[in-house]
Design a binder for this molecule. Structure first.
Ligand SMILES: Cc1ncc(COP(=O)(O)O)c(C=O)c1O
Length: 353
């Protein structure tokens, strides 16, 4: 069986974790500080604060921006429920926007319509590794939390995603671009914001009491993160190579391959197809022992009982993600490309960016 997603780990990764175990210093020590420095300087942002997950990073970012009861936080519908949870943790009001059906990112026209006097922040994911319209969204003048859970290493007009918002968050869940098992980080150029987040992630040895959290990252995870980060450029290269193989196979059968919008670098965290019969396709791929997935389980507007999200509805009905990760072997990628060609040669569907 070719699994849909999998981390890419090698002997250097194993050694980095073993070294920490041997050192006896397991939590939020040198390795965590080293990982914070390494990722923040890679992305080009002043400070990094490591935490236990991407969700924790979103939660603390909202708290650091002062979001609370009555504040509105804008989030897209087509994304995992972690964003909705973070908004609910701070008792704010989620305002859900639609996506652009050709990029899966926030639809800026819909976003503009949903801004009110109470809008406190916008959380902007760069879906599937393709940067969102981040310049335009930042220019609206509302604090932007960039969600780089799927876009570590992707660039927008030559700058890394994660360097545009008032802060950005990353996830290092097992199958993300950088894997530490679980893990996350907040990056920011704003010392005050970074200081608040740093204070809130850890409850111990504080002079005055206020509610704080245990969102610490371990040194084993951080050491793995440092080791993975060294390989990020080669991971991206490999992802692009496999995407190129899939693109080429689709072009061979004249299946439309959508262009990547100008000024953006797609790093193919996910490679998605847009299909009329997405369920039938997934079943046939399963018969070939190729694991495909719907990349979003349930859209947020559905959880909230809302309607009026045509871009998201279309994406939910049609989008299928096929396996693409650096450790995918050449022969596996060729088998997947062959399976796609066999299944889709008589279809008129559309593959989106
Ligand atoms: C866009 C996005 N944001 C946030 C998260 C949450 O990250 P974590 O699972 O590390 O809490 C995810 C996780 O899948 C995600 O895809």
């Amino acid at each position: 069986m070719i699994t849909h997603s999998k981390p890419t780990l090698d002997i250097d990764d194993y050694r980095s974790v073993m070294d920490v175990l041997e050192s006896g210093r397991l939590v939020q020590g040198e390795q965590v500080a080293g990982f914070e420095d390494a990722l923040s300087s890679f992305i080009g942002v002043k400070s990094g604060v490591a935490v236990s997950s991407g969700t924790a990073a979103l939660h603390l970012s909202l708290l650091a921006l002062g979001a609370g009861k009555g504040d509105e936080i804008i989030i897209p519908s087509y994304v995992c429920s972690a964003l909705l949870n973070a908004v609910m943790y701070v008792n704010a009001v989620p305002v859900v926007v639609d996506i652009d059906r050709s990029t899966f990112n926030i639809d800026v026209d819909d976003l503009k319509k949903r801004i009110t006097k109470r809008t406190k922040a916008i959380i902007v994911p760069h879906m599937f590794g393709l940067p969102a319209d981040i310049d335009e969204i930042v220019s609206l003048g509302i604090p932007v939390i960039e969600d780089c859970a799927q876009s570590a290493g992707a660039k927008y007009r030559g700058r890394y995603t994660g360097s545009f918002g008032v802060c950005s968050i990353f996830s290092f869940y097992a199958t993300k671009m950088l894997a530490t098992g679980e893990g996350g980080m907040i990056l920011s150029d704003d010392d005050r914001l970074a200081g608040i987040v740093r204070d809130l992630r850890d409850y111990d040895e504080k002079d005055g009491y206020s509610v704080r959290y245990n969102y610490k990252l371990t040194d084993m995870q951080a050491a793995l993160g440092i080791s993975q980060l060294k390989k990020l450029p080669s991971f991206i290269e490999r992802r692009k190579k496999i995407a190129g193989l899939y693109d080429g196979s689709l072009r061979d059968i004249s299946f439309p391959v959508a262009a990547i919008p100008e000024g953006r670098e797609h790093i193919y965290y996910r490679y998605v197809l847009s299909l009329k019969d997405s369920s039938g396709f997934m079943k046939e791929m399963l018969n070939l022992e190729i694991g495909c997935r719907r990349p979003v389980f349930k859209p947020l507007h559905e959880y909230l009982g809302l309607s009026g999200y045509p871009g998201t509805e279309e994406a939910m009905a049609r989008t299928v993600s096929i396996p693409l990760y650096p450790s995918l072997k050449d022969e596996e990628a060729r088998k997947i490309a062959g399976g796609i060609v066999d299944r889709l040669k008589d279809e008129s569907g559309e593959r989106r960016a």
